[in-house]
Design a protein around this ligand. Structure first.
Ligand SMILES: Cc1cc2nc3c(=O)[nH]c(=O)nc-3n(C[C@H](O)[C@H](O)[C@H](O)COP(=O)(O)O)c2cc1C
Length: 231
């Protein structure tokens, strides 16, 4: 591949709302890239960039999270800014947005502040409606688990209980936290995992088609499409 001299690169035009760019040079030919459809957004356009991330980082897995407060009230909420951040030791990360409608942080954030423990569940189609309903704000002293009539069982190692009807439950403890921007990013260590025997083998392989996880795509939800191999 021949590198493109900087003078052949047209940075395009950026105006509020995003524009059709002038088009960068094609790195293979050095000629104009031939993509007049490309829009360019500057990160200074905070809302558009947020929308872009929301729509481009898809599909996102959903962490359905139980936590408890000091009074023992069980909180349940979904989070899709969620991923694996370490495999040895096993750690996951989730980002919680400040609650702009309130003086205080979301219940999950506050419970992680005080208790530092959580259980992360997977979401299948059977639980999708309950998961979505659990995202609605409730007064702190009311439990989404109780209001939605969901059954729980005690966890082995952490205070928050697990949801009986979820196909997997990861007992976790907060390891560290970061504040790169407005979100608080919690890195949590997986202490123990429970997975339905119908979905996993003895060494931990998951039957992903059987798991049928519900994914967040923009403001909507999706199933995974068919799986295929490359190579
Ligand atoms: C599918 C889905 C994914 C969500 N992902 C996030 C997320 O990653 N971070 C976040 O702060 N809020 C997220 N929310 C919103 C929270 O679930 C919502 O603010 C909830 O009321 C927080 O509950 P809590 O105050 O009980 O912790 C999501 C909502 C839905 C429906």
């Amino acid at each position: 591949m021949t590198p493109v001299p900087p003078e052949q690169t047209d940075p395009g035009r950026t105006v509020p709302g995003g524009t059709v760019s002038g088009g960068s040079a094609d790195t293979r030919t050095g000629l104009p890239a031939g993509r007049p459809d490309m829009r360019t957004f500057d990160a200074a356009d905070v809302e558009a960039t947020r929308r872009l991330m929301y729509g481009l980082v898809v599909p996102r897995p959903i962490a359905w999270v139980t936590t408890v407060d000091a009074a023992g009230t069980v909180n349940l909420a979904p989070f899709s800014f969620f991923t694996v951040v370490s495999t040895r030791p096993a750690m996951m990360g989730l980002a919680i947005t400040p609650d702009h409608t309130s003086e205080v942080h979301k219940d999950t954030w506050r419970n992680l502040d005080t208790g530092g423990e959580l259980v992360i569940h997977s979401v299948s189609e059977a639980n999708a409606a309950a998961m979505h309903a659990s995202s609605r704000p409730l007064p702190r002293e009311r439990s989404e688990v109780r209001e939605l009539g969901l059954a729980t069982a005690p966890s082995d190692l952490v205070a928050p209980p697990r949801l009986v009807d979820a196909d997997s439950a990861l007992e976790c403890r907060v390891e560290t936290r970061l504040r790169p921007g407005q979100e608080e990013f919690f890195v949590v260590r997986v202490l123990r995992a429970h997975v339905s025997g119908a979905l996993s083998d003895e060494v931990g392989h998951i039957d992903i088609a059987a798991l049928d996880p519900v994914a967040r795509v923009g403001r909507h939800y999706a199933h995974l499409a068919e799986q295929y191999r490359l190579g």
